[in-house]
Design a protein around this ligand. Sequence first.
Ligand code: ADP
Ligand code: MG
Length: 455
Amino acid sequence: IWSEAIQGLQPRLGAQTYDLWIRPLELRQVQGQRLLLTAPNRFMKEWFENHYRDVVLDELRARTAQDFHIEIQVSAAAETSPNAAPAPAESQATPEPVPPLPPLPALPPIGLSSRYRFSNFIKGSSNELAASAAWSVAQDPGARFNPFFIYGGVGLGKTHLLHAIGHHIHVARPHLRIVYQSAERFMNEFISAVRFNQFDQFRARYRQDCDVLLIDDIQFIAGRDRTMDEFFHVFNALYEAEKQIVVTADRMPGDMQGMEDRLISRLNWGLVADIKAPDLETRVAILKQKADIDRIDLPDDVALHLATHVRSNVRELEGSLVRVSTFASLKNQPLTREFVSEALGVSSAPAQAAPISIESVQKVVASHFSVRIADLKGPRRHQGISRPRMIAMYLSRQLTGASFPEIGLRFGGKDHSTVINACKRIESIQSEDSELRETVAALRQLLAHEPTHAA
Ligand code: ADP
Ligand code: MG
């Protein structure tokens, strides 16, 4: 099974990754469900453990419906000479005797990935409600939010939270029977149960032998009438028995086209929480954690740079970190902003707020004082207009980096000395007039948050 499974991984991982990280591993020993592998060096061992172990375990599980346990040792040859190249596949070297394996730690229930825990889920404003509700569901399954429905775009952490709930319950209440399933697998199991006359088993698994049901990506069954019907009955049976049900989807219940109304209404019975795309701070925190776990040396400015450029979702974000750090380690270079830029094809200049234009200063000042922009640019000397005009000139000078002559030009072709005088006047008035000082400060604030500064 080992060689079959790892070959099955080739299309999943891509030939290059496969050749680089998976092929050099050798299977040394099999003890029941424990596999002992050797890696050519420590770096490859760690890389495999951090990036591919779960994928391989997944593949084995998919093929055998059993949970395996993988241990990796660095091959003896590599320990004596740390720079040894990977042994060629046809190497005939006699295997080193391997020590007996330590006792097996408790495995998570089938189907739960050990990577997805509450402890490594970063909270931010984008996922606060979903994460806290998930935590409270995990504390007290069946008692609070039932059903609990999490929705949000792809790669934002729905599956992560679902697994985290499963793990937590499993550890805190090992007697509870947890069923985790994607809606797709649920449907496939249902179909084959019907086909092979195993409906009783299917029914028992989901209705009787289940204390916590975790269903991922429920939108998949929308439009599949018989599966929806079956899920409806499963839902009712569990709900009546006060068993916890947690469901995720890519949109809210009512937005799933083709979903039965009675199911939509049930999914809305409990708590519905959404996850949004993470903000910059959360993205940085996620990157730092990922770097920590993978032992990637990620300087703060590089993390910020990556987080600024990869905004779409967390999976992308993590993927880009892995990609960039793989390149860096293959090239034997430290991870720098320039390196990230090269790998992602973006500029390495520090991210800057959009510059403020003279036009936006004029717009904001004019609307604050209820005067027309044309008046700011015009010749009128009436105080109700000349005061705002001077303030606009002053702010233009302060905030846009434009020269005095340029500002004069943009205010209807006034002389640069007019602009200089206006700036001096405003400065001196401000020093004694606290009201003006506050007005100017408020205008600055407004301009800093003005969404578009385009002319
Ligand atoms: P979804 O199911 O919403 O498509 P996943 O749960 O599969 O997304 O998340 C994609 C990846 O991003 C996973 O590796 C997951 O661990 C990670 N991830 C998502 N959100 C967070 C978070 N808030 N903190 C840490 N990792 C996260
Ligand atoms: Mg998912």
